[in-house]
Design a protein around this ligand. Sequence first.
Ligand SMILES: O=C1O[C@H](COP(=O)(O)O)[C@@H](O)[C@H](O)[C@H]1O
Length: 320
Amino acid sequence: MASCSRIFHPTVRSLPNCLIPLRRSFPLTFPSTVAKPLSYSLRQQQKLIYLDSKKLDFRAKASMAGISAEKSKGKVQVFDSEEELAVSLAKYVADLSDKVGKERNAFTVVISGGSLVKSLRKLVEPPYIDSIDWSIWHIFWVDERVVPKNNPESNYFLAYNDFLSKIPIPSGHVYAINDSLSAEGAADDYETCIKHLVKSGTIGQSEASRFPKFDLMLLGMGPDGHVASLFPGHPLVQESEKWVAFIKDSPKPPPERITFTFPVINSSAHVALVVAGSGKADVVHKALGDGKKHDTLPVQLVSPEGELTWFLDKGAASKI
Ligand SMILES: O=C1O[C@H](COP(=O)(O)O)[C@@H](O)[C@H](O)[C@H]1O
């Protein structure tokens, strides 16, 4: 078994039990390439806007990563605040965990680093901390910086402090990279580890692509439209064979990282793209089709076999 596969937490403690009417509170216009909102749902403290993103302008270069633009699909949800986004995201994840748990005894969850982790905070509070069957969870990283696990730049470090240390996930179900290896070595090691887990049936496998099929990927997006460590204009965006790749010239520090490739991301059963804050409004607008011609952003190549759901707060959605 590759060395990535067992992270024993110091102590993962089991925590004790410790529709508003739709208001248009921000400008809401849709570029001509975007379908009109299909439906509006009224839910407690949430404003949800569903767009049929099949119709979004994701065409150019989509075939690079084996994606057909026609296959692109998704639901875009906009919340009045990041707090409401976090509440809804927790319900979405918990419902999925329940559903998958009824079908098999493993729920494979891939997380990113960055701001995504903060948006998971409602999962570690009641009711979810008590209602979720954490014993079936298996956690992976869509990308990781090649730094020691106790370095504040490490995605593991961030997730451990804000999420993993607060959930009763079994030791050995947290698959961090081997931080004693080089970037090349860590990517190979992580891929070997994933292959073992596919072989043993813990991780599913896409019948269509033969790439691993994770139950859920929780992805953030950078202000340049990058997802995982797949950056605009970087050749790794076009990687079509490797499951896990390494990068030594990341435009965002630290430069050395490993990352799942698009074929892995796009073989997922569910992908949630979680984006908050007005600092990302321009790129969200671009990603969802601003009606202008520009190079395809990595985030526009996220087109899973399963479901794609965007979770945006009002700030991030303020230009769409
Ligand atoms: O470097 C990274 O950046 C992205 C985006 O981070 P955010 O803080 O802007 O949300 C993140 O998704 C990725 O995992 C991370 O390595």
